[in-house]
Design a protein around this ligand. Structure first.
Ligand code: TRP
Ligand code: SF4
Length: 330
Protein backbone atom coordinates (compact mmCIF):
# COMPACT_ATOMS: atom_id res chain seq x y z
CA UNK A 1 0.00 0.00 0.00
CA UNK A 2 1.24 3.49 -0.86
CA UNK A 3 1.82 5.33 2.41
CA UNK A 4 3.71 8.27 0.98
CA UNK A 5 2.83 11.66 2.36
CA UNK A 6 4.00 15.04 1.23
CA UNK A 7 3.32 18.44 2.65
CA UNK A 8 5.14 21.73 2.77
CA UNK A 9 5.26 25.25 4.06
CA UNK A 10 6.55 28.43 2.53
CA UNK A 11 9.46 29.98 4.42
CA UNK A 12 8.12 33.46 5.02
CA UNK A 13 9.16 33.72 8.67
CA UNK A 14 9.14 31.82 11.93
CA UNK A 15 6.12 29.59 12.61
CA UNK A 16 3.49 30.34 15.23
CA UNK A 17 1.13 28.36 17.43
CA UNK A 18 -1.48 28.41 14.66
CA UNK A 19 0.91 26.35 12.53
CA UNK A 20 1.52 24.05 15.46
CA UNK A 21 -2.14 23.08 15.86
CA UNK A 22 -3.06 23.55 12.22
CA UNK A 23 -0.29 21.49 10.64
CA UNK A 24 2.75 20.40 12.62
CA UNK A 25 0.99 18.30 15.27
CA UNK A 26 -0.80 16.54 12.45
CA UNK A 27 2.40 15.95 10.54
CA UNK A 28 3.96 14.51 13.66
CA UNK A 29 1.06 12.14 14.25
CA UNK A 30 1.28 10.84 10.66
CA UNK A 31 5.00 10.35 11.06
CA UNK A 32 4.47 8.42 14.28
CA UNK A 33 1.74 6.31 12.67
CA UNK A 34 4.35 4.99 10.25
CA UNK A 35 3.58 6.91 7.07
CA UNK A 36 6.48 7.64 4.76
CA UNK A 37 6.53 11.38 5.25
CA UNK A 38 8.20 14.05 3.13
CA UNK A 39 8.05 17.50 4.68
CA UNK A 40 9.29 20.30 2.50
CA UNK A 41 10.33 23.89 2.93
CA UNK A 42 8.85 25.44 -0.20
CA UNK A 43 11.33 28.21 -0.92
CA UNK A 44 10.46 28.40 -4.63
CA UNK A 45 6.85 28.90 -3.66
CA UNK A 46 7.90 31.73 -1.36
CA UNK A 47 9.63 33.25 -4.37
CA UNK A 48 6.30 33.63 -6.17
CA UNK A 49 5.27 36.49 -3.89
CA UNK A 50 8.60 37.50 -2.29
CA UNK A 51 10.85 37.62 -5.34
CA UNK A 52 11.69 41.27 -4.82
CA UNK A 53 12.72 40.84 -1.19
CA UNK A 54 14.81 37.69 -1.06
CA UNK A 55 17.43 38.86 1.43
CA UNK A 56 15.77 37.01 4.32
CA UNK A 57 15.01 33.78 2.53
CA UNK A 58 17.93 31.76 3.89
CA UNK A 59 17.20 32.92 7.39
CA UNK A 60 13.53 31.99 6.97
CA UNK A 61 14.43 28.55 5.66
CA UNK A 62 16.49 27.99 8.79
CA UNK A 63 13.73 29.30 11.05
CA UNK A 64 11.15 26.99 9.52
CA UNK A 65 13.51 24.01 9.66
CA UNK A 66 14.15 24.66 13.35
CA UNK A 67 10.42 24.97 13.96
CA UNK A 68 9.68 21.68 12.18
CA UNK A 69 12.28 19.75 14.12
CA UNK A 70 11.63 21.27 17.51
CA UNK A 71 7.88 20.68 17.11
CA UNK A 72 8.64 16.96 16.83
CA UNK A 73 9.17 16.28 13.15
CA UNK A 74 11.91 13.72 13.60
CA UNK A 75 14.53 13.65 10.84
CA UNK A 76 15.12 9.97 11.60
CA UNK A 77 11.51 9.17 10.73
CA UNK A 78 10.51 11.90 8.27
CA UNK A 79 12.35 13.35 5.30
CA UNK A 80 12.80 17.08 5.79
CA UNK A 81 14.15 18.97 2.81
CA UNK A 82 14.38 22.25 0.91
CA UNK A 83 12.50 22.42 -2.38
CA UNK A 84 15.07 24.36 -4.43
CA UNK A 85 17.83 21.91 -3.45
CA UNK A 86 16.09 19.28 -5.60
CA UNK A 87 16.05 20.56 -9.19
CA UNK A 88 13.65 17.81 -10.27
CA UNK A 89 10.77 19.77 -8.74
CA UNK A 90 11.42 22.53 -11.25
CA UNK A 91 11.90 20.04 -14.07
CA UNK A 92 8.61 18.28 -13.43
CA UNK A 93 6.94 21.67 -13.09
CA UNK A 94 8.16 22.53 -16.56
CA UNK A 95 6.74 19.35 -18.03
CA UNK A 96 3.39 19.85 -16.32
CA UNK A 97 3.29 23.44 -17.53
CA UNK A 98 3.11 22.08 -21.07
CA UNK A 99 -0.03 20.05 -20.43
CA UNK A 100 -1.99 22.31 -18.06
CA UNK A 101 -4.62 24.46 -19.79
CA UNK A 102 -4.39 28.09 -18.67
CA UNK A 103 -8.11 28.29 -17.80
CA UNK A 104 -7.57 25.65 -15.08
CA UNK A 105 -5.20 28.10 -13.44
CA UNK A 106 -7.19 31.26 -14.08
CA UNK A 107 -10.31 29.87 -12.44
CA UNK A 108 -8.41 28.82 -9.30
CA UNK A 109 -10.16 30.62 -6.43
CA UNK A 110 -6.93 30.93 -4.42
CA UNK A 111 -5.34 32.74 -7.36
CA UNK A 112 -8.26 35.11 -7.78
CA UNK A 113 -8.41 35.90 -4.10
CA UNK A 114 -4.67 36.40 -3.63
CA UNK A 115 -4.43 38.63 -6.65
CA UNK A 116 -6.98 40.91 -5.06
CA UNK A 117 -5.49 40.68 -1.61
CA UNK A 118 -1.91 41.28 -2.67
CA UNK A 119 -2.80 44.07 -5.06
CA UNK A 120 0.05 46.24 -3.82
CA UNK A 121 2.59 43.55 -4.75
CA UNK A 122 3.33 43.07 -8.41
CA UNK A 123 2.38 39.44 -8.75
CA UNK A 124 1.03 39.54 -12.24
CA UNK A 125 3.62 36.93 -13.16
CA UNK A 126 3.80 33.68 -15.00
CA UNK A 127 5.15 31.96 -11.88
CA UNK A 128 2.35 33.17 -9.67
CA UNK A 129 -0.29 31.85 -12.04
CA UNK A 130 1.63 28.58 -12.17
CA UNK A 131 1.96 28.26 -8.39
CA UNK A 132 -0.32 25.21 -8.23
CA UNK A 133 1.54 23.55 -11.10
CA UNK A 134 4.71 23.64 -9.00
CA UNK A 135 2.72 22.35 -6.06
CA UNK A 136 1.50 19.45 -8.20
CA UNK A 137 5.12 18.67 -9.10
CA UNK A 138 6.04 18.69 -5.38
CA UNK A 139 3.36 16.17 -4.58
CA UNK A 140 3.53 13.91 -7.60
CA UNK A 141 7.30 13.63 -7.74
CA UNK A 142 7.05 11.64 -4.48
CA UNK A 143 3.95 9.80 -5.73
CA UNK A 144 2.26 10.89 -2.54
CA UNK A 145 -1.00 9.14 -1.77
CA UNK A 146 -2.01 11.67 0.88
CA UNK A 147 -1.43 15.36 1.37
CA UNK A 148 -2.15 16.85 4.81
CA UNK A 149 -3.30 20.41 4.16
CA UNK A 150 -5.63 23.08 5.43
CA UNK A 151 -8.97 23.75 3.75
CA UNK A 152 -7.50 26.82 2.02
CA UNK A 153 -5.25 24.53 -0.03
CA UNK A 154 -8.03 22.27 -1.35
CA UNK A 155 -8.29 23.99 -4.75
CA UNK A 156 -4.56 23.36 -5.23
CA UNK A 157 -4.93 19.71 -4.42
CA UNK A 158 -7.84 19.43 -6.82
CA UNK A 159 -5.59 20.82 -9.55
CA UNK A 160 -2.88 18.32 -8.62
CA UNK A 161 -5.39 15.53 -9.05
CA UNK A 162 -6.45 16.88 -12.44
CA UNK A 163 -2.85 17.21 -13.56
CA UNK A 164 -2.06 13.64 -12.48
CA UNK A 165 -5.07 12.36 -14.39
CA UNK A 166 -4.22 14.36 -17.47
CA UNK A 167 -0.63 13.11 -17.48
CA UNK A 168 -1.78 9.51 -16.98
CA UNK A 169 -4.28 9.90 -19.81
CA UNK A 170 -1.69 11.31 -22.20
CA UNK A 171 1.28 9.09 -21.42
CA UNK A 172 0.02 6.11 -19.43
CA UNK A 173 -0.53 5.37 -15.77
CA UNK A 174 2.35 7.06 -13.94
CA UNK A 175 1.09 9.08 -10.99
CA UNK A 176 -1.27 8.13 -8.18
CA UNK A 177 -4.13 10.60 -7.75
CA UNK A 178 -3.49 11.95 -4.25
CA UNK A 179 -6.04 12.61 -1.55
CA UNK A 180 -6.21 15.48 0.90
CA UNK A 181 -5.97 14.72 4.59
CA UNK A 182 -8.07 17.32 6.34
CA UNK A 183 -8.14 17.05 10.06
CA UNK A 184 -10.13 18.93 12.58
CA UNK A 185 -8.01 21.61 14.06
CA UNK A 186 -8.97 23.63 17.09
CA UNK A 187 -9.51 27.36 16.84
CA UNK A 188 -6.25 29.22 17.56
CA UNK A 189 -7.08 32.89 17.22
CA UNK A 190 -4.46 35.62 17.14
CA UNK A 191 -4.08 37.86 20.15
CA UNK A 192 -6.55 40.32 18.56
CA UNK A 193 -9.10 37.56 17.88
CA UNK A 194 -8.53 37.67 14.12
CA UNK A 195 -6.93 34.77 12.26
CA UNK A 196 -3.38 34.33 13.54
CA UNK A 197 -0.95 35.66 10.98
CA UNK A 198 2.51 37.13 11.02
CA UNK A 199 1.36 40.01 8.84
CA UNK A 200 -1.35 41.01 11.33
CA UNK A 201 1.17 41.27 14.15
CA UNK A 202 -1.07 39.06 16.31
CA UNK A 203 0.97 35.86 16.37
CA UNK A 204 2.65 33.98 19.17
CA UNK A 205 5.72 32.33 17.70
CA UNK A 206 7.14 29.00 18.76
CA UNK A 207 10.42 30.78 19.39
CA UNK A 208 8.99 33.55 21.61
CA UNK A 209 10.58 33.84 25.04
CA UNK A 210 8.36 33.49 28.13
CA UNK A 211 8.62 37.25 28.64
CA UNK A 212 7.56 37.99 25.08
CA UNK A 213 4.62 35.62 25.45
CA UNK A 214 3.52 37.16 28.76
CA UNK A 215 3.71 40.59 27.20
CA UNK A 216 1.64 39.55 24.17
CA UNK A 217 -0.92 37.73 26.30
CA UNK A 218 -1.31 40.68 28.66
CA UNK A 219 -2.38 42.80 25.70
CA UNK A 220 -4.82 40.29 24.28
CA UNK A 221 -8.32 41.23 23.23
CA UNK A 222 -11.02 39.93 25.54
CA UNK A 223 -14.80 39.91 25.53
CA UNK A 224 -15.65 43.42 24.25
CA UNK A 225 -18.95 43.35 26.16
CA UNK A 226 -17.11 43.04 29.45
CA UNK A 227 -16.23 46.63 30.27
CA UNK A 228 -16.09 46.60 34.06
CA UNK A 229 -14.65 43.97 36.33
CA UNK A 230 -18.15 43.33 37.69
CA UNK A 231 -19.65 42.66 34.23
CA UNK A 232 -20.27 39.01 33.46
CA UNK A 233 -18.10 37.78 30.54
CA UNK A 234 -18.76 35.63 27.50
CA UNK A 235 -15.87 33.18 27.33
CA UNK A 236 -17.10 31.58 24.10
CA UNK A 237 -16.34 34.80 22.20
CA UNK A 238 -13.07 35.55 24.00
CA UNK A 239 -9.74 34.49 22.44
CA UNK A 240 -8.20 34.16 25.91
CA UNK A 241 -10.69 31.42 26.64
CA UNK A 242 -9.68 29.62 23.44
CA UNK A 243 -6.18 29.58 24.85
CA UNK A 244 -7.42 28.19 28.18
CA UNK A 245 -8.95 25.30 26.28
CA UNK A 246 -5.64 24.65 24.53
CA UNK A 247 -3.08 25.32 27.22
CA UNK A 248 -4.77 24.89 30.60
CA UNK A 249 -5.97 21.69 32.28
CA UNK A 250 -9.50 20.85 31.07
CA UNK A 251 -11.00 21.09 34.57
CA UNK A 252 -9.40 24.44 35.12
CA UNK A 253 -10.68 25.68 31.76
CA UNK A 254 -14.16 24.59 32.89
CA UNK A 255 -13.77 26.58 36.10
CA UNK A 256 -12.57 29.65 34.21
CA UNK A 257 -15.66 29.49 32.04
CA UNK A 258 -17.92 29.68 35.11
CA UNK A 259 -15.79 32.24 36.88
CA UNK A 260 -15.84 34.46 33.81
CA UNK A 261 -19.59 34.17 33.31
CA UNK A 262 -20.16 35.07 36.96
CA UNK A 263 -17.55 37.81 37.05
CA UNK A 264 -15.62 35.96 39.76
CA UNK A 265 -12.39 36.32 37.85
CA UNK A 266 -11.05 39.47 36.22
CA UNK A 267 -9.60 39.52 32.73
CA UNK A 268 -6.21 40.54 33.99
CA UNK A 269 -5.89 37.48 36.25
CA UNK A 270 -7.38 35.29 33.57
CA UNK A 271 -4.70 36.37 31.09
CA UNK A 272 -1.99 36.12 33.70
CA UNK A 273 -2.75 32.45 34.07
CA UNK A 274 -2.29 31.91 30.31
CA UNK A 275 0.90 33.96 30.52
CA UNK A 276 2.23 31.21 32.78
CA UNK A 277 0.70 28.16 31.06
CA UNK A 278 1.60 29.00 27.48
CA UNK A 279 5.37 29.39 27.94
CA UNK A 280 5.31 26.16 29.93
CA UNK A 281 3.44 24.40 27.12
CA UNK A 282 6.06 25.59 24.61
CA UNK A 283 9.06 24.95 26.83
CA UNK A 284 10.26 21.73 25.24
CA UNK A 285 9.91 23.16 21.74
CA UNK A 286 11.70 26.35 22.75
CA UNK A 287 14.59 24.50 24.35
CA UNK A 288 15.08 22.22 21.36
CA UNK A 289 14.93 25.20 19.09
CA UNK A 290 17.51 27.14 21.05
CA UNK A 291 19.83 24.17 20.88
CA UNK A 292 19.44 23.97 17.10
CA UNK A 293 19.88 27.71 16.82
CA UNK A 294 23.31 27.35 18.38
CA UNK A 295 24.20 24.54 16.02
CA UNK A 296 23.47 25.59 12.45
CA UNK A 297 25.93 23.02 11.14
CA UNK A 298 23.80 20.27 12.57
CA UNK A 299 20.70 21.91 11.11
CA UNK A 300 22.17 21.96 7.60
CA UNK A 301 23.44 18.42 8.01
CA UNK A 302 19.87 17.34 8.69
CA UNK A 303 18.54 19.29 5.71
CA UNK A 304 21.23 17.98 3.39
CA UNK A 305 20.63 14.41 4.39
CA UNK A 306 16.86 14.86 3.92
CA UNK A 307 17.51 16.43 0.55
CA UNK A 308 19.68 13.49 -0.49
CA UNK A 309 16.99 11.03 0.47
CA UNK A 310 14.16 12.97 -1.18
CA UNK A 311 16.36 13.57 -4.22
CA UNK A 312 16.75 9.84 -4.81
CA UNK A 313 12.98 9.40 -5.07
CA UNK A 314 12.61 12.56 -7.14
CA UNK A 315 15.25 11.47 -9.65
CA UNK A 316 13.64 8.07 -10.01
CA UNK A 317 10.21 9.56 -10.70
CA UNK A 318 11.69 12.07 -13.12
CA UNK A 319 13.40 9.35 -15.10
CA UNK A 320 10.21 7.34 -15.26
CA UNK A 321 8.26 10.42 -16.32
CA UNK A 322 10.61 11.22 -19.18
CA UNK A 323 10.70 7.61 -20.29
CA UNK A 324 6.93 7.53 -20.45
CA UNK A 325 6.96 10.62 -22.61
CA UNK A 326 9.67 9.29 -24.87
CA UNK A 327 12.26 11.84 -23.73
CA UNK A 328 15.11 9.39 -23.72
CA UNK A 329 18.04 10.03 -25.99
CA UNK A 330 21.45 8.66 -26.75
N1 TRP B 1 1.01 26.14 -0.99
C1 TRP B 1 1.28 25.63 0.32
C2 TRP B 1 0.94 26.71 1.36
O1 TRP B 1 0.99 27.88 1.06
C3 TRP B 1 2.71 25.20 0.52
C4 TRP B 1 3.06 24.06 -0.37
C5 TRP B 1 3.92 24.08 -1.41
C6 TRP B 1 2.53 22.75 -0.28
N2 TRP B 1 3.98 22.84 -1.98
C7 TRP B 1 3.14 22.01 -1.33
C8 TRP B 1 1.60 22.13 0.56
C9 TRP B 1 2.83 20.68 -1.55
C10 TRP B 1 1.27 20.81 0.33
C11 TRP B 1 1.88 20.08 -0.72
O2 TRP B 1 0.63 26.38 2.47
FE1 SF4 C 1 -11.93 36.41 28.46
FE2 SF4 C 1 -10.95 35.53 30.75
FE3 SF4 C 1 -11.90 38.00 30.56
FE4 SF4 C 1 -13.52 35.94 30.49
S1 SF4 C 1 -12.24 36.53 32.22
S2 SF4 C 1 -13.59 37.72 29.14
S3 SF4 C 1 -12.33 34.44 29.39
S4 SF4 C 1 -10.13 37.18 29.51
Amino acid sequence: MNKNILSGMRPTGPLHIGHLFGALSNWKRLQDEGYNCFYMIADYHALSTEYSSMSMVKNHVEEVAMDFISAGIDPEKSTIFVQSMIPEHAELHLIFSMIVPIPWLERNPVYKEQKKELAEKDINTYGFLGYPVLQAADILIYKAAYVPIGKDQLPHLELTREIAERFNYLYGETFPVPEALLTNTPRVPGTDNRKMSKSYGNAIFLKDSPDEIREKVSKMFTDPARIYRKDPGHPETCPVFDYHKLFNEPERAGEIKKECKNAFIGCRDCKKEIGEKLPEFLREIREKREELGRNRDLLWKILKSGTEKAGRTARKTMEETKNRMGIKYG
